[in-house]
Design a protein around this ligand. Structure first.
Ligand code: ZN
Length: 160
């Protein structure tokens, strides 16, 4: 069976950046299972997987526009520390929920300079090429419940 919308696909994958560092991989032999065609994977990877079959292996480079977007300097803001006075232990790498003009966003503290805190609302992988090494482990038809929910259900578990 080849990969098409409304099929449940299991893949083993390793994700690296252009420097060769591993950013993510399917955990300890367990494949990632997703419902194809419902926006559950980044767009570029879904497109590369379409039409592939069980056992197929592929290596693809996904550019930022088809992954987590270009890095947007407009999502970076500097605020005085007192704006975060309810937050204990403000440090670089801390993630916070921030109210912005676009609603609630996750931002990360990327710099502390004197009284100023730099908050970055970009996805951590924005602006990066993503290199995927993928092996298709299984392709099956989705159940009615999976289609209704818009995601795959694993064997004996139900993550939401
Ligand atoms: Zn569900």
């Amino acid at each position: 069976m080849s990969i098409a919308p409304d099929q449940v696909v299991s893949i083993h994958y390793t994700l690296t950046n252009d420097a060769g560092e591993i950013l993510d991989r399917s955990a300890s032999g367990e494949p990632l299972t997703y419902l194809h065609g419902h926006g559950n994977l980044i767009a570029g990877l879904e497109r590369e997987l379409a039409g592939k079959n069980t056992g197929d292996k592929l290596q693809v480079k996904i550019l930022p526009a088809d992954a987590y977007g270009e890095y947007d300097q407009g999502l970076v803001q500097r605020v005085p520390r007192r704006a975060l006075k309810g937050v204990p232990d403000v440090r670089v790498g801390l993630r916070l929920q921030a109210q912005t003009a676009q609603g609630t966003r996750t931002v990360m503290v990327t710099q502390l300079t004197g009284d100023l805190v730099t908050l970055d609302g970009n996805h951590p992988l924005a602006g990066q090429n993503l290199n995927f090494e993928v092996e298709v482990a299984e392709v099956r038809a989705a159940t009615a419940e999976e289609l209704e929910h818009g995601h795959a259900h694993g064997a004996g578990e139900h993550h939401h």
